[in-house]
Ligand binder design. Structure first.
Ligand SMILES: [Zn+2]
Length: 289
């Protein structure tokens, strides 16, 4: 490996986590296992062990409230918080063994995944880490929402500038910008929990969603008050950023470059993943800039 390259990483030992799915309300569990160089992130459903799902080869389904991935014979929902932890801690190779059809929501943030991974520690591998970036600026816009990715030109870092306005009196306009690193992710983004608006809960439940929602895994915003205590004053935008980072993990390799986004959610990130799979010639994979 050359001086300006970074080695790939996996975890030292296997890790087991279990809980309930926030939408299904059903028990689920995952076992994270170390994986060899250049194998990437692979999902395995224990009931369908021959139908592996390789991250970077699948476009997520069109789902509003969670990121859903489909293999040939099975599907899994709400993968974004685990994916964000993988991305944030810079893990390249990992096997995720799943029991159930939705990942456990745990406390609604990425922190339990981060802590479990940190407890095993990361194993440095021999092959150089690969990054991905679009060859030209990519932009998706719809009404007043947009996401833009500018190519990396001088380093492997992911820079971001994300802003939101929720049009709710308790959730003010906010904006976060900076660059992603394991320290920044662990401290500023990973602890931010899933949130929801109390008035939307009946509709979600009517559609069979949010069956596992509790105050233990979701920050609930009422008309006049937030029902639980918050971990950050601007926990909402931090969680939106967490979801964005998680969804970008589905590119299969860590994104380098600059993201500028306003009010975007899963449907916009989905377009980026779809673009990278449909137009691989317009993307570049590299080991260092
Ligand atoms: Zn989320």
């Amino acid at each position: 490996m050359k001086n300006n390259q970074t080695p790939q990483k996996t975890i030292n030992y296997e890790v087991f986590l279990e809980g309930v799915g926030v939408h299904s309300g059903e028990r689920s569990a995952i076992t994270l296992r170390p994986a060899q160089e250049n194998s990437g992130i692979t999902l395995l459903n224990k009931k369908f062990p021959n139908d592996l799902l390789q991250i970077g080869t699948v476009v997520p389904e069109q789902a509003m409230h969670a990121t859903v991935l489909k293999a040939k014979t099975w599907a899994v929902s709400t993968v974004e918080h685990l994916m964000a932890a993988i991305h944030g801690l810079e893990i390249d190779n990992l096997l995720v063994e799943i029991e159930g059809f939705e990942l456990p929501i745990l406390d609604g943030s990425a922190l339990p995944f981060v802590q479990a991974i940190q407890a095993t520690g990361l194993k440095i591998q021999i092959e150089p880490k690969q990054f991905v970036t679009p060859k030209q600026t990519l932009r998706f816009e719809e009404q007043k929402k947009y996401i833009e990715i500018q190519p990396a030109n001088k380093d492997n870092t992911l820079y971001f500038d994300y802003s939101v306005n929720f049009e709710h009196p308790l959730v003010r306009d906010s904006r976060m910008s900076g660059s992603l690193s394991p320290t920044y992710f662990t401290r500023e983004i990973a602890p931010a929990r899933t949130f929801g608006f109390l008035e939307q809960l009946p509709l979600l439940r009517k559609h069979g969603l949010a069956k596992g929602t509790t105050l233990g895994n979701t920050v609930v915003v009422g008309q006049e008050i937030v029902l639980n205590s918050q971990r950050f004053e601007d926990e909402f935008i931090r969680h939106k950023l967490l979801d964005l980072i998680g969804d970008l993990t589905l590119l299969g390799k860590p994104l380098a470059g600059t993201i500028i986004a306003h009010k975007t959610g899963h449907s916009f990130t989905r377009k980026i993943i779809e673009h990278s799979i449909q137009h691989p010639d317009q993307w570049e994979a590299f080991t260092s800039k």
